[in-house]
Design a protein around this ligand. Structure first.
Ligand SMILES: *Cc1c(COP(=O)(O)O)cnc(C)c1O
Length: 458
């Protein structure tokens, strides 16, 4: 046995081999030693299990690969050619250029994050955003936190802990990633009181369930599914009316929280933040990185006093927003205030592209691909919104379709490229949707497709 172990090279020998033939800057010696020790330990483990010792050049290859893995970030740019605008697995909303610049500026130096420059005193990271949201939406109060899940948790904890919260049985939803409304309520310390049935809940059901123990009515937008047929939910106006008469709060978890009307783009109407506010909701919670098109964060807007309660609650600190996200959110909201969101916020730019424009882009890609020997066809298709909003709703698009090779191999080659490309496979075809490809990604996309195609021929 020891004979076999001895055939493995020593750390010094591996290091010498690495030094001679490496490309680029050599890794620090300490790092190379660590990688080598790790690879040798794994090899010894395998030998102990009865495998043959790998030859020295194999050891060297493994060490190099380990060093490569350590050197390069594994979070990478992906071109989204799936046509799913808010692709949760691909990081949801891409940010506007201005929002990115603001992030960079704030994160690369110091800032007035919690410093009032006019008075030279300590300030609040919430105050600039609260003023901006007031100007944009006319609200008395606003607080921004880490994401919408924490916004809802904080609202319930601060406003209803130890008391009852009424929720329709049709709205006890799972958003995904383990976010289930009954569990969140439980975590907040509030008590869930279910009202109505799965398919039908009436205003009277809420009214009848109100007791002196009731703190709030929670309305949850069923973002990621649609009910059809014999269904009923009371309008927000009816719920607000009950809440006022019964002296309880009304909290609205909007999920996506659109500030622009999706119906203008041929989609179903996604509930808008402005509508909830106009109905008189006390606290409206929505996501920053869904249809708002900003960074991951959660926004709560509404009446002064519930928002104050939330700000003062100890959980507020636990779920606070970081400075880079705050910077991006501010600039994203200013795009709406300046009425330039449709062009500058990427998700709205994508949603608002016409079929003609998409066809023109697809045709241009097709021409280049054909010129490079890649047999690309054009097909009519549909893009979706995704991100748990507007389920089943689609927008017309023109797809570039690739066939005539193993499409799963082609898709894998695209994912392995730099940048990686995510595409759709349907009916033995690889489909590329221009809607979700940013204009500055045009060149890279075509180059990646050509490279991946050539790889599948090898
Ligand atoms: C997406 C969603 C959430 C969670 O929002 P995140 O920003 O992802 O934390 C909560 N409620 C509803 C209704 C949603 O659609």
């Amino acid at each position: 046995m020891s004979e076999v172990f001895r055939s493995l090279p020593s750390v010094d020998i591996v290091l010498r081999r690495l030094g001679g033939t490496g490309e680029g800057a050599a890794p620090p010696r300490s790092v190379a030693v660590r990688a080598t020790r790790e690879v040798l330990a794994t090899a010894r483990e395998a030998v102990r299990r009865g495998e043959l010792p790998p030859p020295p050049d194999e050891i060297e290859r493994r060490v190099r690969r380990r060093l490569e893995e350590w050197r390069h970030p594994q979070l990478r740019r992906v071109i989204n050619a799936t046509g799913v605008v808010l692709h949760t697995n691909l990081g949801r909303a891409p940010l506007s250029k201005a929002a990115l610049e603001a992030m960079l500026t704030l994160a690369s130096g110091y800032s007035n994050l919690e410093f009032d420059l006019a008075r030279g005193e300590r300030g609040s990271r919430q105050s600039i955003l609260a003023t901006l949201l007031r100007d944009l939406l006319g609200v008395e109060g606003a607080i921004v936190v880490n994401n919408n899940a924490s916004a809802v948790l904080l609202a319930l904890a601060a406003l209803a802990r130890g008391r009852d919260v009424l929720v329709s049985r049709g709205q006890l939803v799972e958003i995904g990633g383990g976010f289930r409304i009954p569990d969140v309520l439980n975590q907040s310390g509030a008590r869930l009181v279910e009202v109505g049935t799965t398919n039908r809940t009436y205003a009277e059901d809420y009214d009848a369930a109100c007791t002196p123990e009731t703190a709030a009515i929670l309305r949850v937008h069923p973002s990621n599914f649609a009910q059809q047929g014999f269904v009923h939910q009371p309008s927000l106006v009816e719920l607000v009316d009950i809440a006022r008469r019964r002296n309880v709060l009304i909290i609205d978890d909007l999920g996506s929280g659109a500030l622009l009307d999706t119906a203008r783009y041929g989609l179903a109407h996604e509930p808008m933040v402005q509508e909830s506010l106009a109905a008189g909701v006390d606290a409206v919670c929505f996501s920053g990185d869904k249809l708002l098109g900003g960074p991951q964060c959660g926004v709560v807007v509404g009446a002064r006093s519930p928002v104050q309660e939330m700000r003062r609650h100890p959980l507020a600190r636990a779920v606070r927003i970081d400075k880079a996200s705050l910077a991006a959110l501010e600039v994203t909201l200013r795009h709406y205030l300046w009425d330039e969101a449709e062009m500058l916020v990427p998700v709205w730019w994508m949603i608002s592209r016409s079929l003609e424009e998409l066809t023109t882009r697809a045709r241009a890609w097709q021409q280049i691909l054909l010129g490079q020997g890649v047999p690309a066809e054009l097909l009519p298709g549909r893009s979706t919104i995704g991100g748990g909003s507007l389920p089943g709703e689609t927008l017309p698009t023109t797809l570039v379709a690739l066939t005539g090779t193993r499409v799963d191999v082609l898709a894998a080659a695209l994912r392995g490229g730099s940048p990686a490309v995510a595409a759709r496979i349907q009916d033995e075809r690889l489909l590329i949707d221009p809607r979700t490809v940013l204009p500055e990604e045009n060149g890279a996309l075509v180059a990646c497709v050509v490279a991946a195609w050539q790889q599948t021929l090898e």
